[in-house]
Design a binder for this molecule. Structure first.
Ligand code: SF4
Ligand code: SF4
Length: 204
C-alpha cells in the first residue's frame, strides 16, 4: 500500500481499548512510558505485552507475520530478542495499526486489550530542517495521530509526545533529510537468563 493511512480508522484502532489498560491510563496521563535514552531497542507488533509475558506466550508460529498486509514483520535473529519471534522492521514500511497481526495470534502473545503503541519517535535537531528556519512540516503532516503525538513548536523544533505517539513510523518515512531526523525507539531486549522456555501451543 501507499504511505497514506485513514486517520479516523487509525485513531479508532488506537483508542478502542479497555479503560483500565496501560494504554488508556497512559493516554490519560496516569501511566508511565519509557522516555530515557536506550542504546538498542526494537519494535514488537502492537498489542504485545511486556517481554517476559510475550516470550512466554509466543510459539513462533509466524501467523502474525503472514497476516500483516504491509509485510513489515520479520523473525528476530538476535537471541536477546527471542529468535524467531516477530519484530517490526521499520525500514520495510510504517505500521498502519490494522491489527491483523493481533487478530491472527492464537496464543495470546498479541492482545487487543494491551497497549497498542509499539514505541515512539525520537527527534534529532542536528539534521532537522525546522532547526534551520526552513518551513518543513512533513513529519507532522504524515502523522496519523496528530498534535497529541507530534508538533513543531516555534523556536524549539519537533516535539514528540510519548503518550500519544505510537511508534508507527509514518513521520520517519516522511522525513526528507539524510540521515533522517527522526528514528523509532522501541523496547530494550531482555537478558537471556530471564527468557522463559519457548512455549508450545496451548490449544488447537
Ligand atoms: S498492525 Fe497491521 S500493519 Fe501493523 S504489524 Fe500488525 S498486521 Fe502489520
Ligand atoms: S509521531 Fe511519528 S511515530 Fe509517532 S504516531 Fe506520529 S507518525 Fe507515528
Amino acid at each position: 500500500m501507499g504511505e497514506k493511512v485513514d486517520r479516523a480508522g487509525f485513531l479508532r484502532r488506537l483508542f478502542f481499548v479497555d479503560s483500565g489498560t496501560q494504554a488508556a491510563r497512559a493516554l490519560r496521563g496516569e501511566g508511565s512510558y519509557p522516555t530515557g535514552r536506550i542504546p538498542f531497542t526494537f519494535l514488537r507488533p502492537p498489542g504485545a505485552p511486556l517481554e517476559p509475558q510475550f516470550l512466554s506466550r509466543c510459539t513462533r508460529c509466524d501467523l502474525c507475520r503472514e497476516a500483516c498486509p504491509e509485510k513489515i514483520l520479520v523473525p528476530a535473529q538476535e537471541p536477546l530478542m527471542g529468535r524467531g519471534t516477530p519484530v517490526i522492521d521499520p525500514d520495510l514500511g510504517p505500521c498502519t495499526l490494522c491489527l491483523k497481526c493481533v487478530e491472527a495470534c492464537p496464543d495470546g502473545a498479541l492482545l487487543l486489550d494491551e497497549d497498542r503503541r509499539m514505541g515512539k519517535a525520537v527527534w534529532h535537531a542536528e539534521t532537522c530542517l525546522s532547526s534551520r528556519i526552513v518551513a518543513c512540516v512533513k513529519c507532522v503532516e504524515a502523522c496519523p495521530v496528530g498534535p497529541s503525538a507530534i508538533q513543531i513548536l516555534p523556536g524549539k523544533g519537533v516535539e514528540i509526545y510519548p503518550d500519544g505517539c505510537t511508534g508507527c513510523g509514518f513521520c520517519v518515512r516522511a522525513c526528507p533529510t539524510e540521515p533522517r531526523s527522526l528514528h523509532l525507539q522501541g523496547r530494550p531486549p531482555m537478558p537471556l537468563r530471564g527468557h522463559p522456555p519457548v512455549p508450545t501451543r496451548r490449544h488447537g
